[in-house]
Write a protein that binds this ligand. Structure first.
Ligand SMILES: O=C(O)C1=C[C@@H](OP(=O)(O)O)[C@@H](O)[C@H](O)C1
Ligand SMILES: C=C(OP(=O)(O)O)C(=O)O
Length: 441
């Protein structure tokens, strides 16, 4: 840090004055990788994950599973994005199980998904993470664990750090009721382990709308793909039947949310970006890029599993009702657009890796742009931007937000670009390769 409080770790974001023209292979989905890793630890034999994500969030999940006695091995011979994985679940009886320490980093999928896993495995565990992880909402998980009979010692914080002492799973009730308006991950976390409870589990949500509906659809889809009977029952309840998970072998889709910054580069430079292996059918929220970028003026096509986006001469603003984790990327494009944008239904982004609504507004204004926080989102208006040092707040999506804007704003620098390792460790190199394809205008 400098005396001004601004980190000296500043990455000069590449500026281009012509269209990019690139094909970019995107590493595996964080949300799919961490769901399948966790389910593999509950399966009744070794499972294989092909083309999984290798990043900080997936490593934290793997380390947590290993701490509970699972074995995670890299298979020999690997493709562009690292080795496939074989996950052998923990054996049912562990002699002398001690208290396990779980580092959640800043990963929502680890801090929300792993405590219920510990509960169904009957393992005592202490959970903590990065400094900001202690600010992220957790109380519905703590609440649900208590409803399942566990003791949670959190000194009344309702969040990290805490120590969990589970009850034998056979005594657990088959219903829990929580307020999941702060994160869809609260519901997902409980559904993922529900089949391991003797009566299965029904999760009732009581409160305002649950955000990120695509991620909930993904949870049901993933559970069904490994043979678990999982359904939504009514507007605010989901149920998972009890049963075993047979060992599985699955291919992880590329992370379509992480495709966002590269597609945004096509949009920002009137260039073309192609993403191979784009699934024909998916529950990933990133599939919304097709409609979002079309409405912003792009030309989007899908052919033989390649998504191609060509950016427009004039980038249009947009209204998006539930952009979930896509919001920082949409916001970067909105700051370059010629008309106003409104991103709504994302109040819960205040509880993400950082308060993303405040961060986006602060950073757009730092660049001379116009943005304001709404009760449930962001309003962004056209304005000329100038160079500045964009802060990332240890948030991978704020770092890529800065990189996108840097394409159009000469001299922009991004603080702590390395924070992209949360879900995309090779981001800086991938970005350099992308910009090297730009033709001079
Ligand atoms: O279940 C998941 O994998 C996720 C759910 C969403 O969480 P929220 O519902 O908290 O937005 C999303 O933003 C996050 O990046 C990943
Ligand atoms: C919100 C996000 O992550 P997490 O899984 O940590 O909640 C994200 O990746 O945008």
């Amino acid at each position: 840090m400098t005396t001004s409080g601004i980190s000296a770790d500043l990455w000069p974001a590449p500026y281009v004055d012509g269209p990019v023209d690139a094909t970019v292979s995107i590493p595996g989905s964080k949300s799919l990788t961490n769901r399948y890793l966790l389910l593999a630890a509950l399966a009744d034999g070794p499972s294989i994950l092909r083309r999984p994500l290798h990043s900080r969030d997936s490593r934290l999940m793997i380390e947590a599973l290993e701490a509970f006695g699972a074995r995670v091995e890299e298979l020999p011979g690997h493709g562009e994005y690292g080795p496939d994985l074989r996950v052998t679940p923990p054996t049912a009886t562990i002699s002398n199980p001690g208290v396990v320490d779980v580092d959640c980093g800043l990963a929502g999928t680890v801090m929300r998904f792993v405590p219920p896993l510990a509960a169904v495995l009957g393992r005592r565990a202490r959970f903590d993470g990065d400094p900001h992880a202690r600010q992220r909402p957790m109380s519905p998980i703590v609440d649900a664990l208590r409803q399942l009979g566990a003791t949670v010692d959190d000194d009344g914080r309702g969040g990290l750090p805490f120590e969990l002492s589970p009850q034998p799973p056979q005594d657990a009730p088959a219903q829990v009721s929580i307020d999941a308006s702060g994160s869809s991950q609260f519901v997902t976390a409980l559904l993922l382990v529900g089949c391991a409870l003797p009566g299965g589990l029904t999760v009732h949500h009581v409160g305002p709308t649950v955000p990120s509906p695509d991620h909930l659809a993904m949870t049901l889809d993933v559970l069904r793909s490994v043979g678990v009977d999982a359904t939504q029952v009514g507007a605010s309840a989901w149920t998972v039947a009890p049963g075993r998970i047979p060992a599985f072998d699955t291919v992880i889709e590329p992370d379509l949310s992480n495709a966002g910054p590269f597609l945004a580069a096509a949009m920002a430079t009137a260039g073309t970006v192609r993403i191979p292996d784009w699934p024909q059918r998916t529950t990933q929220v990133g599939d919304q890029w097709r409609s979002i970028l079309t409405r912003m003026g792009g030309i989007v096509s899908w052919d033989d599993h390649v998504l191609t986006v060509s950016g427009p001469a004039e980038l249009l603003g947009i209204d998006v009702p539930d952009s979930s984790e896509l919001a920082p990327t949409v916001a970067a494009l909105a700051a370059l657009a010629t008309t106003e944008s409104r991103l709504t239904g994302i109040a819960h982004l205040r509880g993400h890796e950082t308060n993303r609504l405040a961060a986006v507004v602060t950073e757009i204004r730092r660049l001379g742009g116009r943005a304001e926080e709404l009760d449930d989102g962001l309003a962004i208006a056209p304005a000329p931007l100038h160079a500045a040092d964009v802060q990332s707040y240890d948030d991978h999506r704020m770092a890529t937000f800065g990189a996108i804007l840097g394409l159009a704003v000469p001299g922009l620098r991004v603080e702590n670009i390395a924070t992209t390792s949360k879900t995309m460790p090779d981001f800086p190199d991938m970005w350099q390769q992308l910009v090297s394809t730009a033709r001079r205008a």
